[in-house]
Ligand binder design. Structure first.
Ligand code: HEC
Length: 135
């Protein structure tokens, strides 16, 4: 009887351990955004003037993030990294500076756009456009 209990307890412990591990590997690594970007001021007043941001988004971002930012672009299936829904509260609750860093500097499968979108004001327009996706 004693050994049975021990067996059940250890199986339980193994199951718990496996579940914790799975939960961890599913969640994304948090980004470390340098203070310089976190506190960066959006110099454009927050409006996507003349649809510049919308156009740049369609050209550079839509293929992965999808038309409405849901993460359902045509290239999304090829990616190993999960994308959060750009229209979601989790994404929208971040500062403009953080969105700028993630969306322009990027990391790993999120490409860097400093060359392709060279103009700082244009980059802010993309951030401003992402703001229009808010649920
Ligand atoms: C090749 C596919 C691809 C393209 C193109 C792409 N992204 Fe991403 N993006 C990703 C992936 C994958 C992630 C998740 C990265 C991670 O969490 O490590 C991501 C994450 C992001 C995030 C962070 C969202 C969050 O979780 O807070 C923002 C913002 C973002 N992208 C904006 C952009 C913008 C703006 C463009 C275009 C200028 C763009 N992306 C183009 C693949 C892409």
């Amino acid at each position: 009887m004693k050994t049975n209990l021990r067996l059940i307890l250890s199986l339980g412990a193994i199951a718990l351990f496996t579940l914790t591990l799975a939960a961890f590997s599913l969640s994304q690594d948090p980004w470390s955004v340098p203070d310089k970007y976190k506190n960066m001021k959006n110099t454009t007043g927050g409006k996507d003037s003349d649809g510049v941001g919308e156009e740049l988004y369609a050209q550079h971002c839509k293929s992965c993030h999808g038309k409405e930012g849901f993460g359902d672009g045509t290239k999304a299936k090829e990616l190993k990294t999960e994308m959060r829904d750009l229209s979601s509260k989790e994404v929208q609750s971040q500062t403009d500076g953080v969105l700028y860093y993630k969306g322009i500097i990027g990391r790993d499968e999120m490409p860097n756009f400093e060359k392709k979108i060279g103009d700082v004001e244009d980059r802010w327009m993309v951030v401003n456009y992402i703001r229009t996706m808010a649920e």
